[in-house]
Design a protein around this ligand. Structure first.
Ligand code: DC
Length: 233
């Protein structure tokens, strides 16, 4: 191993943060595809944990039960088709992550310090020795503060509400915004060195191209990056 003080070998991490339905998942997934990086959806980790706790009838207020249940559970981060996924005791909750009851509960589960600690550790495990694009709320601000590649993707509340409705989902955007921004541990904030993009009036492709241009300026060249139109209005 090298002589670095860090005992953690990490690949390159591109952090994409932003509020619910801002377009960050589509942007992060497409960006990862264009770069040949692994796409990691950190919200999926909180959702998988929420799904697991709901299945055990544990409520978000039951701190001790949650800590005990999670200590006893095996959470595994795997990669399939260039995307991360989390298994809980070898079960794959992928088809349940966007259930109404998970949508309703996930903010309250994700505000617990122990839960955030576990997810943060899993994200570092996932990023070890891999190049990743990770989307979430606190990836650039808290989980990978040393990443030089930070983006904050936003859109107006009206546009975000319409996007969720178009996906056929009932999601209390305003309430989740409030929860995400006001929680004590790792609230949603814009990292001081993040590059902010409003996606209300631009396409996913335009946003991805803007990010690729920015990454190129920051010295992240990739032989398989093809910038078609870097000008997002
Ligand atoms: O991105 P999403 O809507 O799937 O995220 C689900 C919830 O998880 C969201 O309400 C806030 C929480 N979350 C978080 O607190 N920190 C992250 N890095 C990602 C998600």
């Amino acid at each position: 191993m090298g002589s670095h003080a860090s005992d953690r070998r990490s690949g390159r991490v591109i952090a994409i943060d932003g509020p619910a339905a801002s377009g960050k998942s589509s942007v992060a997934r497409e960006l990862a595809r264009r770069l040949g990086f692994i796409y990691v959806n950190s919200g999926g980790f909180y959702r998988a944990i929420t799904w697991y706790l709901l299945g055990k009838n544990i409520r978000p207020e039951e701190n001790d039960l949650i800590a005990a249940a999670l200590d006893a559970a095996a959470l595994t981060c795997t990669v399939t088709d260039n995307e991360s996924r989390i298994l809980v005791n070898d079960m794959d909750p992928a088809n349940h992550l966007r259930d109404d009851r998970v949508n309703e509960t996930v903010s309250r589960v994700s505000r617990l310090a122990r839960v955030r600690q576990i997810v943060s550790q899993k994200l570092h495990d996932c990023a070890a020795a891999r190049d990743v694009v990770i989307e979430g709320r606190d990836i650039g601000s808290v989980v990978f503060p040393d990443s030089p590649y930070k983006f904050y993707i936003d859109a107006s509340p009206e546009v975000r509400l319409k996007r969720r409705a178009a996906q056929g989902e009932r999601d209390e955007i305003a309430m989740r915004d409030h929860d995400d921004v006001s929680r004590a541990v790792s609230p949603l904030v814009i990292a001081a060195d993040a590059y902010v993009i409003d996606t209300s009036r631009v396409t996913i492709e335009q946003v991805v191209n803007e990010i690729l241009t920015r990454l190129g300026q920051k010295g992240l060249p990739s032989s398989d990056v093809h910038i078609t139109d870097a000008r997002a209005r």
